[in-house]
Design a binder for this molecule. Structure first.
Ligand code: B12
Length: 309
């Protein structure tokens, strides 16, 4: 009984900390194996390989739909994604720190899914978020939250603290909708709920070999693609009328001069050093030469009058 009260109290403290750190969504899940995880990445599949006494996975989400975006609809500006602008995992890692400190002060171990390196991504975050009750995986494979659509950047902690565990998962609401599948110009979602990584434009824009079919559809994208997310009906209200949340302001500060930063005629002259200085903290993983290649293609398109402008 006392143990249960302690557990509830700690879970409650974590919820309060999450609120004050600006996290928009939080859930607790049992740290059991993700037996349906398809990648050959055993550490990610089994949280106990990261922490042998793991009991709980804490999954957190930050709403990234509220960013003021650069002038992406103008083909003279390079286009990226909300996740890219919000520094992938990193903005979810920082607000998790107070929770990690609390757990450690109480004598528990806590490992953060920092995502900065391949092995830092110690949890399959979409599957963990579903288990924690934050939403369901859509046909584009992304987590859909009723409140935030797919615009939740996810982060997580594995801990040996015995916290409350969610037991009710959100039911899948995609039903017959296949808008994301139809929207993908490269057929990366031909099979619902499975992303063919080799055909995903987000992936292609960060690898050496850019196939001709990707070049034909990338438009002004210089890194990352959000086509499937833009087509998702659960995102419509966020695209038309983004919410303002606690974090919107801090994201915004970081991209203050970015409305002009992505102007292609200037962007093409960005040196490797400035690239690192300006975008390094965003953890995009896109090497300078590939970013520059993407910018050149986008600019060429404007010069050749292939854009609608
Ligand atoms: C590797 C990776 C990528 C790779 C590969 C993507 C992939 N196949 O998942 C690349 C570089 C291509 C990529 C792209 C993007 N990514 Co990514 N990526 C990751 C990363 C690091 C691991 C994901 C992973 O494990 N994939 C492996 C595959 C096997 O997992 P899966 O797609 O979930 O596969 C499951 C389903 O297919 C399911 N399944 C099969 N059949 C069926 C049937 C039904 C009915 C159901 C429900 C499920 C189901 O079973 C599989 C489970 O094994 C995570 C962070 C993390 N640590 O989790 C971020 C992450 C998943 N990415 C994210 C995002 C946002 C993107 C992009 C949209 C980026 C952008 N442009 O904004 C694009 C994705 C486009 C898309 N439609 O997915 C977010 C997702 C947030 C969210 N709300 O869901 C994450 C969580 C990062 C973050 N910190 O927030 N990504």
């Amino acid at each position: 009984m006392t143990r249960k009260m302690d557990m509830d109290l700690l879970s409650e403290k974590i919820r309060n900390l999450a609120d004050s750190s600006g996290l928009d969504a939080l859930g607790f899940a049992e740290a059991a194996e993700f037996s349906d995880y398809a990648l050959n990445h055993s550490q990610r599949r089994d949280p106990k390989l990261s922490l042998s006494g793991a009991k709980t996975i804490i999954v957190a989400g930050i709403y990234i739909g509220g960013l003021t975006l650069p002038a992406w609809m103008n083909p003279r500006y390079g286009r990226t994604s909300r996740l890219y602008l919000s520094a992938f995992f990193l903005d979810v890692v920082k607000p998790l720190e107070p929770i990690v400190n609390l757990l450690r002060n109480q004598g528990y171990q806590a490992i953060v899914c920092d995502g900065a390196q391949e092995d830092g991504s110690v949890i399959p975050l979409k599957l963990a978020a579903v288990r924690a009750g934050l939403g369901w995986q859509g046909k584009h494979t992304l987590l859909i939250s009723k409140k935030y659509g797919t615009f939740l950047a996810l982060g997580g902690i594995i801990t040996d603290a015995p916290l409350e565990h969610n037991t009710e998962q959100e039911s899948n609401q995609c039903d017959k909708c296949d808008k994301c599948q139809q929207a993908c110009p490269l057929g990366a979602l031909d099979q619902p709920y499975v992303l063919n990584r080799n055909s995903c434009l987000s992936n292609m824009l960060q690898i050496e070999h850019l196939p001709r079919e990707a070049k034909a559809v990338m438009e002004n994208r210089v890194g990352d693609c959000e086509i499937c997310q833009e087509a998702c009906p659960w995102n419509k209200k966020h695209i038309d009328h983004p919410l303002t949340t606690n974090m919107t302001e801090s994201f915004q500060k970081k991209i203050e001069d970015w409305e002009t930063f992505f102007y292609l005629p200037d962007l093409v002259n960005l040196s490797e050093e400035s690239y690192r200085e300006k975008l390094g903290h965003l953890n995009t993983d896109i090497p300078y030469n590939l970013f520059h290649r993407n910018v050149l293609i986008a600019l060429e398109r404007v010069k050749n009058g292939e854009s609608d402008e």
